[in-house]
Design a protein around this ligand. Structure first.
Ligand code: BGC
Length: 482
């Protein structure tokens, strides 16, 4: 039998757990909150969500946040990443009317976290755009970036004395691809290859404006940090042919690079290959202008360096093959690649995921090499269980431990500057179009119980042990197996 090994995380490495407002809060129309696109979408098109569910009540964290904090405290993590609901504090979407009940809610949450020695990490936008702003086109309308910046200022003003880590936008690419360029997420505009780039452009400008407001008006006094969090898949060449190797690199540049290059590269702007390819392909397809919008020279400068850390959400690896047969325009058609899961990769019982920890290590190394080894904070990583999952969630434990081991190799052997890890998610919650059928939580939530009883799964104890000991022991200690 192999000798047990132990990996120690660096001294200042931080651990956390993550949630988002629409997915856990409920209280959708309480105390002056207005409708977000997700309230409207789930109420108007219930059939688009598995089992016709919504986030109307969800985990009821609007009323039960103290219980959440007790559970977070038991995990012994250093920070809690939550998101602020724009419509809860600005019901019109604009700062003309501030909803003090909403401000109060987040004040109570933030204060209770601090009293319990848990650092608050706040995301400004985790997909729940005010309906009134979406009615004007949402992120496809360039003015939304200004509205977002005004909302961000309100948050800095009210919470920035205590919140020292801000995330502007959560996973801009998923919103671009699935909400505007696809139909999986609200508002489901399904404008492939056009709305995707347009909304993505708006999100980048919104991020940029919020960053500079913080930088100019708040940083000196509040002394916090602000950045964006991108989600990224690792793109593994499907074969070792030069075509597939090149296609995989193109995929990385036009997937993660779409949102990372303008901010983290030396030259700024969209990756050159993305600019050139989409300009050319658009022309060949008869468009009289590129489907990828252009930044002004000033915007290129303002975007460059506009993130104090490289926020990263990672779940999955895809195999990338050269060539694409989709009807254009689509993003993958622009990249001229096809992505899929290699059938040999483990599933751990999840239809949605493959368990490919080495992809995480490769991704971290790609970021290190591409963007000059920035400080990376992993703000999400987690495993999708299905309806049959029990409290004995060994599949999640296996996923978590193997991904953390891959990350520790990237840190300790490859010198990637990863300084934090956040598990998605504290408890089972509203998983967007999958409703409550896909479960990511360290805690089980009984959605049939009006009290929404939370119960720790086995993974919660394993995570707590890693956090407390600051190390990962292989094989897994016996006490977690029985
Ligand atoms: C999102 C979460 C989501 C998770 C699991 C991430 O893309 O930020 O809101 O629940 O993935 O699908």
């Amino acid at each position: 039998m192999a000798k047990p090994t132990t990996v120690h995380f660096p001294k200042n490495f931080k651990f956390g757990v993550s949630t988002s407002a629409y997915q856990i809060e409920g209280g959708w129309n309480e105390d002056g909150k207005s409708e977000s696109i997700w309230d409207y979408y789930t109420h108007t098109f219930p059939q688009r969500i598995v089992n016709l569910t919504s986030g109307d009540i969800s985990c009821d964290s609007y009323h039960k946040f103290e219980e959440d904090i007790a559970n977070i405290k038991r995990l012994k993590v250093q920070f809690y990443r939550f998101s602020i609901s724009w419509c809860r504090i600005l019901p019109s979407g604009h700062p003309n009317k501030i909803n003090h009940a909403g401000i109060d809610y987040y004040n109570r949450l933030i204060n209770a976290l601090i009293q319990n020695n848990i650092e608050p990490v706040a995301t400004l936008f985790h997909w729940d755009i005010p309906l009134s702003i979406n009615n004007l086109g949402g992120w496809c309308n360039p003015i939304t970036s200004d509205y977002f910046a005004s909302y961000a200022r309100v948050c800095f003003k009210h919470f920035g004395d205590r919140v020292k880590t801000w995330i502007t936008i959560n996973e801009p690419i998923l919103i671009a691809m699935r909400a505007y360029g696809g139909a999986q997420l609200a508002p489901a505009y399904d404008s492939k290859g056009i709305g995707s780039y347009l909304s993505g452009h708006g999100e980048l400008l919104g991020h940029m404006k919020a960053y500079h407001i913080y930088d100019k008006e708040f940083r000196a006094i509040q002394k916090g940090r602000i950045g964006i969090t991108n989600d990224a898949r690792w793109g593994e060449p499907a074969t070792q042919t030069p075509e597939d190797i090149e296609a995989a690199e193109r995929y990385m540049q036009m997937d993660l690079g779409w949102f990372a290059h303008p901010i983290f590269s030396k030259e700024g702007n969209y990756p050159l290959i993305m600019r050139e390819l989409i300009d050319t392909v658009s022309k060949n397809q008869g468009f009289d202008q590129s489907r990828l919008p252009k930044f002004t020279p000033e915007e290129i400068q303002l975007l460059k360096g506009s993130s104090d850390f490289f926020g990263l959400n990672h779940y999955n690896t895809v195999a990338v093959k050269h060539g694409n047969t989709e009807v254009p325009p689509t993003n993958e058609n622009d990249i001229n690649c096809t992505t899929f899961y290699d059938p040999s990769w483990k599933t751990n019982g999840s239809e949605l995921f493959r368990v490919v920890p080495w992809g995480f290590r490769k991704l971290l190394n790609w970021i290190k090499n591409e963007y000059n080894n920035p400080e990376v904070i992993v703000f999400e990583n987690g495993f999708a269980g299905n309806d049959t999952e029990t409290l004995n969630d060994i599949d999640r434990i296996d996923y978590m431990r193997s991904y953390m081991a891959a990350m520790s190799d990237a840190i300790l052997k490859d010198n990637c500057r990863v300084t934090g890890y956040t598990f998605w998610t504290l408890m089972d919650n509203f998983e967007w179009q999958d409703g409550y059928t896909v479960k990511f939580g360290l805690h089980h939530v009984d959605f049939k119980d009006p009290n929404r009883k939370r119960t720790p799964k086995r993974s919660a104890f394993v995570y707590q042990d890693i956090v407390v000991t600051r190390c990962l022991t292989n094989p897994i200690p016996d006490r977690f197996l029985h």
